[in-house]
Ligand binder design. Structure first.
Ligand code: NAG
Ligand code: NAG
Length: 375
């Protein structure tokens, strides 16, 4: 991995690295190959209602310039010809975002969001594991999929999303970053991408929606909302949880983040974005750490750090399957390693859900340890 020598990075950054690598590694696996996507989609198309989406997406594809220079010549030759002209441009710079949010939101205007690119949408990819966790989950967690908005950053991912899910949004980028190619950790484009995601979250708040952002390498076994306090303006998962949910000493992980839309949280996001220039060159999660004290005091903002007993990850693994709600493949570098360990986790989970109440209570089912990252 070109992203580099993990050991030479400061401890704080290396916490961030786990989450960040999910994005970086997948970008690496993406082959900006417009010809392949139709085959990918037909392989797992659900048939219904996707046709229209495909046409729109194709139009968007041409609209948004497959303008990279790296597409191999052979693929250019076989590229499908441009279909009908692009649909009329929506007046809002966010296009149909409001429509998608409205469709997916709960009655109290909450959406679940994740963000993906093309490699995640392939059969057998992380997106499959993500969906599988919901479907094998307990207590109605599968119903939460109705409120999931999948944000895609390239046309192929958008089409892949349309084939398997109802609420897809294509985030058109205006900053000139081609999201399909590999971004080296902490490179200029990488920062642009992570800050872009942050800015997008602010927009969702400004439109009046609460969101729970989840990385796609988070497995959802039970409804995590029951552990998010009514009193919290922001609830964020912990790489390391120290025992007090409101202590700012906990180590946050933005890969699982709930934010309630309010004037306070929008101000917090403004300060967060400004922090980009105040602490020039920093990653957005570092800036969160740098401003959390002053801003939570200034804005009277309640930041809840989620207990890893329930909202867990490989960094600090919850070993109690009776309690766990979500499990994030953090502190884990490399797509292959994540997939390997998450498959193992799902295997154990399936056995657990088939167990009798007595077996479950007695702790008969345990994660298989160690994996590549999980321990
Ligand atoms: C497919 O579409 C038809 C009519 O549009 C609908 O009745 C049917 O339930 C849909 N099937 C699925 C699997 O969505
Ligand atoms: C699941 O249960 C089956 C049948 O008891 C067993 O053979 C298998 O090893 C179990 N898998 C895991 C991952 O524990």
């Amino acid at each position: 991995m070109k992203g580099g020598d993990v050991s030479s990075i400061s401890p704080l950054v290396s916490f961030v690295l786990g989450a960040a690598m999910a994005t970086v590694c997948v970008l690496f696996f993406m082959s900006a190959s417009p010809t392949r996507r139709l085959a990918d989609i037909s392989a797992f198309s659900t048939g219904n209602g996707t046709q229209e989406g495909l046409h729109l997406a194709s139009a968007a594809n041409h609209d948004n310039g497959v303008a990279d220079g790296d597409t191999p010549a052979a693929e250019v030759v076989t590229a499908t010809p441009a279909p009908a002209p692009a649909p009329a441009q929506a007046p809002s710079p966010w296009g149909d975002l409001e429509e998608v949010l409205q469709r997916a939101a709960t009655k109290d205007r909450t959406v679940i969001m994740t963000q993906i690119n093309a490699a995640w949408t392939r059969p057998g990819s992380l997106l499959d594991l993500f969906f599988e966790s919901f479907r094998n989950g307990e207590g109605g967690v599968a119903r939460l999929l109705d409120h999931l908005v999948i944000v895609t950053m390239d046309p192929a991912a958008y089409e892949g999303c349309q084939a398997v899910h109802r609420h897809c949004y294509f985030l058109r980028t205006s900053n000139g970053v081609d999201y399909r190619s590999e971004k080296m950790f902490m490179s200029k484009d990488y920062l642009e991408m992570m800050w872009g995601r942050n800015r997008f979250q602010q927009t969702v708040l400004e439109l009046g929606y609460n969101f729970l952002f989840t990385d796609v390498d988070v497995m959802w076994f039970r409804d995590p909302f029951r552990h998010i306090s009514m009193a919290a303006d922001i609830a964020i998962s912990s790489d390391v949880y120290m025992g007090d949910p409101y202590s700012l000493r906990n180590f946050p992980n933005g890969g699982f983040l709930f934010v309630r839309s309010s004037a306070k949280t929008i101000d917090f996001y403004r300060a967060w974005q400004q922090g980009r220039w105040r602490f020039f060159g920093k990653h957005e999660q570092d800036v969160f750490n740098l401003i959390k004290h002053e801003q939570s005091a200034k804005l009277d903002l309640a930041i809840q750090f989620l207990d890893t007993t329930y909202i867990s990850g490989f960094c600090q693994l919850s070993k109690d399957l009776n309690k766990i709600c979500t499990l994030h493949a953090n502190c884990c570098v490399g797509l292959g390693a994540k997939m390997h360990d998450l498959r193992g986790v799902l295997d154990v989970w399936r056995n657990y859900t088939a167990g009798t109440p007595d077996e479950r209570r007695a702790g008969k089912f345990q994660w298989k340890l160690p994996g590549i990252c999980i321990h």
